[in-house]
Design a protein around this ligand. Structure first.
Ligand SMILES: *[C@@H]1O[C@H](CO)[C@@H](O)[C@H](O)[C@H]1NC(C)=O
Length: 261
């Protein structure tokens, strides 16, 4: 929007004035707010706020997390920087300034919307803001686990297994592979993700199909579950079953058929 050096008729001028009042872009404006979309738990993040005063004088920069203020920079104050305690928000004041705020030791509670609000001194009192969302990633500590596998399946037998991801944030995206090929959608049984008291998500995906001769390569069926978290953590678990008559489940108690699990 061009605000200067253009001749405007009265109605246009009013429109620009109204737009300016609504968006705060008549004088000072926030040109860019940088909030990393994803960061791993325990790390540090740098939040950036770029602004143009456009002739105004700076009164304050305020940072909010989910609409609660945690940082204030007022050049007229001494000291100019002030920090307010919020859960999950630990400001590294030595690395912060009017243009950026560094948070260290981020936790799952650091996830949320971060807003930078810049205000001008009197007489303008212009205010503008910009925001971005941070999602703190909790990497899975181990691979997924597979349950319900039998050692042997007959042709025409039923495979009914589950893959459960290790707790993570965001929830793992699970995929089943049968002999290296992605299982068809009709074989999948999606289950609702559960959440632990610490806020970690546990995803489960079932696999259910009837075996055909093509499922056995040299008499072996290979099932693999892949867990993907935030497109950066990939873990998998593979199990093998043989072609043959399934053993009665009571045999497991004898410790003879079920060893090696
Ligand atoms: C798979 O998980 C679901 C949900 O937890 C459960 O109801 C079902 O019995 C499980 N099936 C197997 C084969 O483990």
């Amino acid at each position: 929007m061009s605000r200067r050096g253009t001749k405007l008729g009265i109605p246009q001028f009013l429109l620009v004035l109204l737009l300016g009042a609504a968006t705060g872009c008549l004088g000072l404006r926030v040109s860019r707010v940088v909030v990393p979309p994803r960061e791993v738990e325990g790390g540090a993040v740098q939040l950036e706020c770029e602004y143009d005063l456009e002739g105004d004088e700076l009164y304050s920069i305020k940072w909010y997390k989910d609409d609660r203020e945690f940082f204030r920079f007022v050049p007229a104050d001494s000291p100019p920087m002030q920090v307010f305690q919020l859960p999950g928000v630990t400001v590294d004041i030595s690395r912060s300034s009017d243009r950026r705020v560094v948070l260290h030791r981020i936790t799952l509670r650091s996830s949320g919307k971060y807003k930078c609000e810049v205000s001008a001194e009197a007489p303008a009192f212009d205010t503008d803001s910009g925001a971005g969302r941070l999602l703190v990633v909790h990497a899975p500590r181990s691979g997924p686990s597979i349950s319900g596998v039998q050692h042997r399946y007959a042709i025409g037998g039923t495979v009914r297994v589950n893959c459960t991801a290790a707790p993570s944030v965001p929830a793992a995206h699970l995929t089943w592979l049968i002999n290296g090929l992605e299982a068809e959608a009709s074989f999948l049984i999606p289950y609702t993700t559960t959440t632990t008291t610490e806020g970690l998500h546990i995803a489960t995906l079932g696999l259910h199909f009837t075996t055909a001769p093509s499922h056995f390569r040299y008499g072996v069926l290979r099932l693999r579950c892949v867990a993907m978290v935030a497109a950066s953590y990939r873990r998998h678990k593979t199990v093998y079953a043989r072609h043959g008559l399934p053993q009665p489940s009571s045999s497991c108690g004898l410790g003879r058929w079920c060893e090696g699990e």
